[in-house]
Design a protein around this ligand. Sequence first.
Ligand code: P6P
Length: 340
Amino acid sequence: AHEELPSTDLITLTRHVLHDQLRLGADETGDLTLLLTAIQVTSKFIATNVRRARLINLVGIAGETNVQGEEQKKLDVLSNDIMVNALRASGRTAVLVSEELENAIIIEERYRGKYCVVFDPLDGSSNIDAGVNIGTIFGIYKIRPESKGTLEDVLRPGREMVAAGYTMYGSSANLVLSTGSGVNGYTLDAALGEFILTHPDIKVPARGKIYSFNEGNSMYFYPPVISYLNSIKYPKTGTPYSARYIGSMVADVHRTLLYGGIFGYPDDKKSKSGKLRMLYEGFPMAFLTEQAGGLATTGTKRILDLVPKHIHERCPVFLGSKEDVSDVLKFYEAHNQSGA
Ligand code: P6P
């Protein structure tokens, strides 16, 4: 049989974002559209390298040479270089923050634009050798008025982001994006080299039946987390939740957005601020979750209201279905009221 032919009315990411820009009104200069196109290209490039890595063992450690005798770059280092170069070359960025770089990059005058991009180029990369889904996570701030691009442009609450998204590299490449008016999912059609709209207007179910925590940290969990988990594992009525934990944030969040339930990486006695990074893991995933009708909290504060003091600051994360996250908040409130 013939391969499924695409409909004649293909909604590509570029077309969909352009439509968004037109909807946003004339004042949009197309800069965000161009920036998102640059990000789209990096996702395609990284997807190719991730797929190849599994074939020719590209994932060796940095410093070794491969069969061609080339300097071997770890996939996350390579992905970082791909993103930094493409974002700089787009001429639409002023400040870049990467999980791979100790310091922020301030783009030189010649290439400077009006957006700041914070990103984890290959989150979950420790899972590559096992063939587990990994991903690129990004968040975008518009530069503050009159600013030439400084750290202050990214040390801002997540609620000031204008866009956020991730690309998950698995059996296919899925790009999930919000520019502030809902969440859409696109799947890479490698033959066309285009991301095609496959999940329009993603909405997190009000409640799910899946919880996603690394329970290997249970001995360090604080009481509200232990009480919450017990309430869904040993429910007084109904059936227990299912446990699903992939250990790759993009994969765990993607499932949570589509199926509902809750993903959590709380702060505990071992990780005082949790493990996940505020700027380029917490904020983008919280932005997407809220845009999809869910909630994202630290347990005591809305994640998007946090203000990072430095670019690699960590924060606790509970995100997902509104009702499931509200249940966690009840245990934190009860705990705080008891003052225990
Ligand atoms: P743990 C991957 O290393 C990562 O940064 C996230 O993608 C993932 O959610 C988390 O860490 C997993 O951490 O401690 O459960 O292995």
